[in-house]
Ligand binder design. Structure first.
Ligand SMILES: [Mg+2]
Length: 181
């Protein structure tokens, strides 16, 4: 018997899960600067209801730069998981790339998605990647995801399969387009 693989919705973090920090801050370095985007919670609910795993894949070069420790990142993510639990939701996993440039885990490289697929028996060919930057789209494509969604108000990026102008559009888009797992 072949064990069944589960499809996944991969989410970038900053700009998708939480409000992107203003330019002067650039990184989220403490729990009190982490502002959850309500439409992410709604989108996660849609993914869960359709039978998808849900994994966050986030570049956090601030660790390599010495601005925060991995323990600090973990504290932010424990806070996030607590907020989601209050909404009756859970993430399958969170992958963090703490490295600087030129690391196989650092998006646009697909390392985190490939590891998640191995760790959680995910079907990449039926998985979706959602992000607010071209490097997220590139990582999703490199991992062999079925669909890539760019959430960005700028000009249409031809690399992405779909583009939404902002997070308010994401829940309804998923309700309409995400097939049952
Ligand atoms: Mg982002």
């Amino acid at each position: 018997m072949t064990p069944t693989l589960q499809p996944c919705v991969f989410f970038d973090r900053d700009g998708i899960v939480n409000v992107s920090p203003p330019k002067a801050e650039y990184y989220v370095l403490s729990v009190d600067r982490f502002f959850l985007i309500p439409q992410f919670v709604e989108a996660l609910g849609v993914a869960a209801a359709r039978g998808y795993a849900a994994v966050i894949v986030t570049n956090q070069k601030c660790v390599a730069r010495g601005l925060i420790t991995m323990a600090g990142i973990d504290a932010i993510h424990a806070h996030l998981r607590g907020l989601l639990q209050q909404a009756g939701l859970a993430l399958t996993d969170i992958y963090v790339c703490p490295h600087g440039d030129e690391h196989p885990d650092r998006k646009p490289n697909p390392g985190m998605l490939l590891r998640a697929a191995h760790d959680h028996r995910l079907d990449l060919a039926r998985s979706w990647m959602i992000g607010d930057h071209e490097r997220d789209i590139r990582a999703g494509r490199a991992a062999g995801c079925a669909r890539t969604i760019l959430v960005h108000p700028g000009p249409r990026n031809p690399l992405a399969d779909f583009q939404l102008s902002g997070m308010p559009d994401l829940p309804d888009f998923l309700k309409k387009e995400l097939p049952p797992a």
